[in-house]
Ligand binder design. Structure first.
Ligand SMILES: C[S@@+](CC[C@H](N)C(=O)[O-])C[C@H]1O[C@@H](n2cnc3c(N)ncnc32)[C@H](O)[C@@H]1O
Length: 191
């Protein structure tokens, strides 16, 4: 789950200025870092982009089609979901392409819907190397900026544990790659 603080909530952002569109370039890279292997999709992974605490776009690896490694086409998938936002009524998601859906939920509702132990990724957390990955964890990252105080409080309410991938602060998409390595190797144990 990636919390996009300044992310657009309507489809009127240009695909030729993704950094200017609430850092949609970074959010798109997070999606591909979480879902793509070298040749294929991580079918057991779901990505949720929380857009300005108003809407959440969900990518479900089990049914996803049409995800490519480039940022622009991924951002176009996000834009296409937002183009259907009036169809997202209440908390009922609207699927806009196979495996991509939009729901009118902010961080708190999205955390509740995701389930599993919640981890707030943070460089000052418990070292991942000291922590065996549980089944179906929910890993939550901020975008290019820190979590807002209210987001941090929401994560505390969800009993989020802080998990560190090392002392160096990474870009969110790079942190996702390291987190995958933690999960892929059963806590850096199995190669
Ligand atoms: C670019 S960082 C945020 C930088 C922000 N200016 C700050 O100081 O918090 C984006 C997110 O990636 C994750 N992240 C980056 N480095 C990490 C690390 N070493 N361990 C765990 N998570 C990390 C965190 O969720 C972080 O909020």
């Amino acid at each position: 789950m990636v919390v996009g603080r300044d992310a657009p909530t309507s489809a009127d952002f240009p695909l030729d200025d993704l950094p200017g569109a609430g850092r949609m370039d970074l959010l798109a890279r997070c999606v591909t870092a979480a879902l793509l292997r070298s040749h294929g999709i991580r079918e057991s992974v779901q990505v949720r982009l929380v857009l300005s605490d108003s809407f959440t776009v969900r990518f479900d690896g089990a049914t996803l089609q049409g995800l490519h490694p480039d940022e622009r086409s991924t951002a176009a998938l996000v834009r296409a979901t937002l183009d259907e936002r009036e169809a997202a009524i209440g908390h009922i998601p609207v699927e806009t392409s196979p495996g991509v859906s939009l729901v009118r939920m902010g961080l708190a509702e999205t955390l509740a819907a995701a389930g599993g132990q919640v981890y707030r990724l943070h460089e000052d957390g418990q070292p991942a190397a000291d922590c065996a990955p549980p089944a179906n964890p929910t890993l939550v990252l901020s975008d290019h900026r820190s979590f807002r105080a209210e987001d941090a409080a929401t994560l505390e309410d969800a009993d989020a544990r802080r998990l560190s991938l090392g002392p160096t602060v990474l870009h969110a998409d790079h942190a996702i790659a390291v987190a995958h390595n933690w999960l892929d190797t059963d806590g850096f144990e199995t190669y």
